[in-house]
Structure formats: C-alpha cells, structure tokens
Ligand binder design. Structure first.
Ligand code: ZN
Ligand code: ZN
Ligand code: ZN
Length: 370
C-alpha cells in the first residue's frame, strides 16, 4: 500500500459515513467481503468468528477483530488507517461488544454479504434497532471508480484479453468443453489472475443457456461456441469478457445473426457517455436486436457493473434510471439465445469517461473461426 492508497482509503471511510448519514443510518456494520476490502484494504477471510467494521454516525471508527486475527488485520492497510482495533478473546461475546460500540441507534445498516447467522446475532444483541441493508449506501461510492480503480480494471481487461488470444488454440473438434475449460483456467492464472471466477465454454446448443459453464459435450465441426471467462487480479479487481468462436465455417444464417449482434453490441458501447442513463444504454442494444427480429431471443439485461465483484452496481437494465458518470464501469454483453440450437454473446467491460468511454477489452469482436 502506498501513502496514496492509504489516503484513498481514509477518504472512502469519510465518504461512506456521509453516505450513511444521508440514508438516515446511525451506524454501518461491515463484515469480511468486498465492502470491507473497499473501505479498509483488509481482505479478511470470512470466518464464523465475527470481524466487523463499525462506522457510527459520529465518533471513532473501529474494527472488532477476533484476537487471533489481529496480526492479519494489522498487516493489512487497517494498521495504517488510525482505526481502533477492538480485539475479542475466544470466550467474549463479540456481538454484545459490537452493540456497545454502536451505542444508541435507531437504524443500523449491515453489509450485503454478512452471513445470516451474524445478522441475526446482531439483531439479538441490539433489540429494538431496525436493521437495513448497507448495499445501496456503499454502492454510491463503489460504483464511481477512482483513477487507480480504473487502472486496475484496465489491467484485468488486458489479462483476460491475453487468455482470449489463446482460446482459438484450445478449441478443436473432438475435445470436450471440460477439457477446453481446464486449459482456459490454467491460462487465466498464468495471465496474472489469482483466482478463476468462471469459465463458460458453451458449444452448440449449450450456447442457448447464458450461464452454462462446462460439460462433457464433445465439440463438433460447425459448432459455434460462447466463451465467457473471468478471474480476480491480485488487487481484487475482476475481469469478464465474452468472445464467439466457431469450429469450421458457420452456416450463413448463424453468421448473419452474429453480424447483427456484433453491431448491436458496438452500438451500445458507442452510446456510453456521461448523461446517458443505464436503461438507455440497455435500450440501444435491445432496440437494435428487436429491429432485426431478434428481440425475443435477448433474454437478459445488457450488463452489470464490475469492480471488486464481477456483478455489482450499476446494472444496465430497463428501469434503472441511474445516469452514467465518469468512473462507472460495467459490461456491455447483449446475446441471442435459441433454445435447442445455439447461442451467441459478445461482452466488453467499458468505463464511462468525461468524454465518452474506455473499452477495457481490445480483442477483435469477429466470430473467430478455428
Ligand atoms: Zn452473468
Ligand atoms: Zn458479464
Ligand atoms: Zn461474462
């Protein structure tokens, strides 16, 4: 962590407190997960023992930590954030301890990833307090990426691009999706990710299921193949990119349909700019496909935000009036799904910039024939 990173984290803690106050929240409770990592730089392992950041409306911000986890907490940025670390011993009640740090409160927000067992134990420890979800409060910060977060997403994009550059070499008639998927998973790690988050190799009819992962289906000549892959980089930021492949020449109708999808995706990417709403970006892709008679086959939203999680705010979907601002990062991934036959999707991670957008994924968008 550089001093600049520490200053960033301190600023996030200041801003999240302000965001909580606007939402009428008296205290914010954040357990291990992406929100804790975002606010404190502490990538804590989620355990049954309670670790909990306590951000009250006023006064000191503290973090409740099991005594045996204190060295790990202090080794993270927590050690440089001027946070009071409140350790609890094996026989202490960490929930009563947390309640005492919260003090008098009417509304307490718990992070979206907190285990139900902990939410319920906190409820018991603070009878009469109304619990609300902290997701919207923290999303106000997380969906507006800083320059260093944008750099992280660009690096993640380059890493997954390096994997797509190799995928053509893994695909071959006679191999199973699972065999290809194993090669891709190795390549995701070799490209600099610390974890493989998902590997979708959806060949032929399996392509019609958007979240099909891997199966023992043997790839045949003429199959189109949806390859949607992603991982997490050492700094916690995620990659996610989809390209389309075909083993041998596709038939003309499939190629025609793919060409329309490619234009729909490009049009939606081109529309990204400050002032555009999330639902308007969704409509660009959707209307384009509908115009070509493919509307009924596009069965999901156009995209999702991405950062420390693969799916986060803002969602690019009808009904989301959120207006895009510089720093918002999300996928643009329209698709066409024909049950029993095949599917197609093209996906890039795009970041809204002051004068338009930045595409994190630079691989060609053509149907790649192998
Ligand atoms: Zn998805
Ligand atoms: Zn995606
Ligand atoms: Zn994806």
């Amino acid at each position: 962590m550089t001093s600049h990173d520490i200053a960033d984290l301190k600023d996030r803690l200041r801003r999240v407190r302000a965001s909580a106050e606007v939402a009428g929240v008296d205290a914010l409770l954040v357990s291990p997960g992406p929100d804790l990592r975002y606010l404190t730089g502490y990538d804590a392992i989620p355990l049954e023992r309670l670790t909990c950041l306590v951000v009250p409306r006023e006064g000191d911000i503290r973090i409740v930590v099991p005594a045996l986890e204190v060295p790990a907490a202090m080794a993270s940025a927590v050690g440089q954030l001027d946070l009071e670390v409140v350790a609890w011993q094996e026989n202490d009640d960490p929930y009563a301890l947390t309640a005492s740090l919260v003090g008098a409160a009417e509304h307490v927000a718990v992070d979206d990833h907190m285990w139900a067992s902990k939410v319920l134990a906190l409820r018991d420890a603070m009878p009469g307090v109304h619990q609300v979800a902290a997701g919207p409060v923290i999303a106000q910060l997380r969906m507006r990426k800083s320059a260093s977060e944008i750099a992280s997403l660009v690096r993640a994009g380059a890493a997954i691009d390096a994997v797509h550059a190799q995928v053509g070499g893994f695909l071959e008639a006679g191999r199973t999706e699972r065999e290809v998927g194993a090669d891709i998973a190795d390549a995701i790690l070799a490209a600099g990710h610390v974890s493989v988050d998902f590997v979708i190799v959806a060949s032929g009819p399996n392509g019609a299921s958007p979240h099909h992962e891997l199966s023992d289906r043997v790839i045949e000549r003429g199959d189109t193949i949806v390859v949607d892959i992603g991982g997490t980089m050492p700094d916690g930021y995620c990659s996610d990119s989809t390209r389309m492949y075909c083993v041998g020449e596709p038939d003309a109708e499939v190629y025609e349909e793919f060409s329309v999808l490619r234009l729909a995706q490009a049009a939606a990417v081109a529309s990204v700019a400050p002032g555009m709403s999330c639902e308007a970006v969704d409509a660009v892709a959707r209307d384009y496909l509908a115009e070509a008679g493919l509307g009924e086959y596009f069965i999901h939203r156009t995209g999702h935000g991405i950062g420390l999680e693969t799916h986060e705010e803002p969602y690019i979907i009808a009904g989301n009036h959120q207006v895009l601002e510089p720093g918002m990062a999300f996928s643009i991934e329209p698709g066409v799904y024909r049950a029993g036959s095949h599917g197609a999707r093209i996906e890039d991670i795009v970041i809204c910039t002051p004068d338009g957008h930045l595409n994190c994924n630079r691989r060609p968008h053509d149907l790649i024939v192998v």
